[in-house]
Design a binder for this molecule. Structure first.
Ligand code: CP
Ligand code: NVA
Length: 314
């Protein structure tokens, strides 16, 4: 596998390899500090980022390389140069390209036209690097044996809900996306893909419109912002109304298992998708989860540049 363009492209073995390397990078950030010696990694983002940008730049430095950050409107892309030409040019200078943008098809096109690894750092429909950090955090809390455990995402049926279902399916987990029906539900095509992966891996993918039923006996409650980057402001009040029953509150946490954890990709809006007492409370693992954005991106870069990942045959 040359690129990490979509969560569904990862095999279970790829995820295991990335997680074990990331765990080593968590202990010893500089253990492979010449892997990218004298190399550069381009990081191109047309949406804001706190974690992914800093995690990516830090990861490159820890591997001995130099990050080159490129903001959305810096490139000639905005003035009509094609994605394909841009991909060929960046391939001549950098050893990898990390990209955050709106359309998944733009990331796919960058991958198809680059000779270097391209890593999806979030699109409107997916967020693979986030899910690797999430699963390393889940591992640290529950170990490898997740039999009988339920992993629940609550809120908007957005990019995070998609990646949650697909990665859960790859891991053979029982994953649930509890969202309103209709407009804010996950994309049915993505749900179908997740169900097919789950069928091969012994996982279970479920949708729910009932936050209490979903939270009952869950090991993880996960949520995300209600207004994603690029969402239309004109949807805000309708969206807030539809999503408020899915907010993660103390009452919802009470329905979960004794050892349950709260997760959030961040940024968070206290008083909207999660109450302050939950995200700042004893079950929240959000800071460790955010820390693992660096360890996992470092592992992804390390393995992709070496050509270690097999990719999925799906
Ligand atoms: N979770 C996440 O991707 O955060 P940033 O938008 O800050 O990168
Ligand atoms: N769904 C959010 C995730 C942010 C990390 C967004 O796309 O803005």
């Amino acid at each position: 596998m040359k690129d990490l363009l979509r969560t569904e492209h990862l095999s279970r073995a790829d995820v295991e390899l990335i997680l074990s390397t990331a765990a080593e990078f968590a202990e010893k950030p500089l253990r492979s500090n010449s892997a990218l010696a004298n190399k550069t990694v381009a990081i191109y983002m047309t949406k804001p980022s706190t974690r992914t940008r800093l995690a990516s730049e830090t990861a490159v430095v820890h591997l001995g390389g130099t990050p080159i950050f490129i903001r959305g409107d810096d490139l000639q892309l905005g003035r009509g140069e094609t994605i394909s030409d841009t991909a060929k040019i960046i391939s001549g200078y950098a050893s990898a390209l990390i990209v955050r943008t709106f359309a998944q098809s733009d990331v796919d096109e960058l991958g198809a036209n680059s000779s270097i690894p391209v890593i999806n750092a979030l699109t409107d429909v997916d967020h693979p690097t986030q899910l690797l950090a999430d699963w390393l955090t889940i591992r640290e809390n529950f170990g490898k044996d997740i039999t009988g455990r339920k992993f629940v995402y609550l809120g908007d049926g957005n990019n995070m809900s998609h990646a949650w279902l697909i990665m859960g399916a790859i891991m053979g987990a029982h994953v649930v996306a509890a969202t309103p029906g209709g407009k804010w539900a996950p994309d049915p095509i993505v749900v179908e893909v997740a169900k097919n992966i789950a069928a091969q891996n012994g996982g279970k993918v479920e949708l729910s419109n009932d936050p209490e039923a979903a939270a009952q006996d869950a090991s993880v409650l996960y949520t995300d912002v209600w207004m994603s980057m690029g969402d239309s402001e004109s949807d805000r009040s309708e969206k807030t109304r539809s999503l408020s029953p899915f907010a993660v509150s103390e009452q919802l946490m009470k329905l979960t298992t004794k050892d349950s954890i709260f997760m959030h990709c961040l940024p968070a809006h206290r008083g909207e998708e999660v109450s302050a007492s939950v995200i700042d409370g004893p079950r929240s693992v959000v800071w460790r989860e955010a820390y693992h954005r660096r360890t996992t991106i470092q592992a992804i870069l390390y393995h992709l540049v070496r050509g270690d990942l097999e990719g999925s045959t799906r």
